[in-house]
Design a binder for this molecule. Structure first.
Ligand SMILES: [Mg+2]
Length: 464
């Protein structure tokens, strides 16, 4: 076969495969019962698929869950979640930049939104939109969301949970024993220096542990190690207002306990930058200890976010939260870049199952550098009742199975349960106040008052 012929043959095969993927759900629809989402009319899909609306509600939970829906002109919709403890407005202000656009142009849509995203809760709108677009695209193409960004390298995602602290090491260890009984295999403890407020000589005037205080903190770790399986991964977080030298002292004190990681040690800003972006300080800490050092739950994006930490091997592991870091597409980029740099990836998560499954789909595509993803709702029984369509219990013996039998994120909202837990009245109500552009890097609209070609002033603005 000559080269020209081979090329055309491959192209034809690609076209056939694309068409099969595109219309797969339609073929399935003739074979038996299918969900409403799979019966979407795609007579003109996907080239004329358009975003028509975005609406939201907020679940009152341990950290509140702002949820969004992106609607299209063909009934298929996508679900997304803004960062826990954030507000839905950070997503809704993006609606005017998405209206009329094809939701399948995921990269193009996100590129236009990038200037409106930042670290912390300010990454929540961009991230929620990314999730909803992947939900829509998965439903249209008839594939699970992970398939849109990579291969399923993990059939199930390992879960870790934090454990609420208690000043009495025995009570604290009992709480951790209950986590083990829940089936978890990866553990995390909050190790606040403030637990030692009543112990003489434990804290300095900044609330940071003295050497004596560090000894007490290590007693908590030892008590908790005693109730966990030998060698079980155990991480720690929330140490207090540590500066760079404090961070080194703490990390060195933990070395005999082989922690999975010490999280967000550095809390004091330098040069007005977020501590988690201070790669030079994190590099200094990491180089001074063998305790694995981790940060990143509030970082948005690879460029301008995780990249410097990774380029300089400033931490042993990063900890993106998919509701801040940029959703599936950006978090996959971050994790792949981390793998290239030999840095491990854990995932922070304190949101609902919507953001949870976005994270599980994303983590399924990570390489062997993936550690575990957090769940912050083990003590909240209705957490998993917020959604339908996924196997329950969602967390089974410390793992979540990555769904591959349903398109998109693979779940639906359980309207009745969500309505029982709304922060304020209103369930995906119209959002006409966000139809016009509210935030923009440059003016939009027009026409603009100007001097015309004859030098005459033209006042083009009219108000009807
Ligand atoms: Mg944390």
């Amino acid at each position: 076969m000559n080269k020209q012929r081979a090329r055309w043959t491959r192209r034809s095969m690609f076209r056939s495969a694309t068409a099969a993927a595109m219309f797969g759900p339609l073929f399935k629809g003739t074979q038996g019962s299918v969900s409403a989402q799979e019966r979407v009319n795609r007579n003109s899909a996907p080239s004329t698929l358009k975003i028509t609306d975005m609406r939201a509600c907020r679940v009152a939970a341990n950290y509140d869950y702002p949820l969004i829906k992106i609607y299209t002109n063909q009934d298929v919709y996508g679900l997304g979640e803004v960062r826990d403890a954030g507000v839905e407005g950070i997503a809704l202000i993006l609606k005017a930049h998405l209206a009329g656009k094809n939701p399948l142009d995921i990269e193009g849509n996100l590129r236009r939104l990038r200037e409106f995203a930042n670290h912390g809760r300010m990454g929540g709108g961009y991230s929620a939109v990314d999730m909803a677009l992947h939900d829509i695209a998965g439903k249209v193409y008839g594939v699970p969301a992970y398939r849109l960004i990579g291969n399923k390298n993990h059939d199930r995602v390992r879960i870790y949970a934090d454990t609420t602290s208690h000043p009495d090491p025995k009570v604290y260890a009992e709480r951790m024993r209950k986590r083990r009984e829940m089936g978890l295999t990866f553990f995390k403890m909050d190790l606040q220096s403030s637990m030692l407020e009543d112990r003489a000589g434990a804290l300095d005037e900044r609330g940071v542990c003295t050497e004596k205080g560090l000894g007490y903190l290590c007693e908590y770790i030892a008590a908790i190690r005693d109730v966990l399986p030998p060698g079980a991964p155990l991480a720690a977080d929330h140490f207090g207002p540590l500066n760079l030298n404090d961070s080194i002292r703490y990390a060195r004190a933990f070395e005999p306990y082989h922690m999975a990681w010490a999280e967000d040690l550095l809390q004091v800003s330098e040069r007005n930058q977020y501590p988690y972006l201070n790669w030079e300080a994190y590099k200094t800490i990491s180089d001074a200890t063998v305790t694995p050092v981790l940060t990143g739950e509030d970082i948005f994006g690879l460029e301008g976010g995780f990249q410097s930490l990774l380029d300089h091997r400033a931490v042993d592991a990063i900890h993106p939260d998919i509701e801040t870091s940029g959703g599936l597409l950006e978090t996959k980029r971050i994790a792949d870049y981390a793998a290239m740099c030999g840095v491990q990836v854990a995932m922070h998560h304190a949101g609902s199952p919507i953001g949870g499954f976005a994270g599980y789909h994303c983590a399924a595509t990570f390489g062997n550098n993936f550690l575990a993803m957090e769940n912050h709702a083990l003590d909240m029984p209705w957490w998993q009742d917020l959604v339908t369509g996924v196997p329950k219990p969602i967390i089974d013996k410390g793992y979540v199975k990555v769904p591959d039998d349903r398109p998109g994120l693979g779940l639906e909202l359980n309207d009745d349960v969500i309505k029982e837990h709304l922060r304020r009245p209103g369930y995906f109500e119209p959002t006409g106040m966000f139809d016009d552009v509210i935030v923009s890097g440059f003016r939009t609209g027009g026409p603009w008052p100007h001097y015309d070609e004859t030098g005459k002033w033209c006042n083009c603005v009219t108000y009807e």
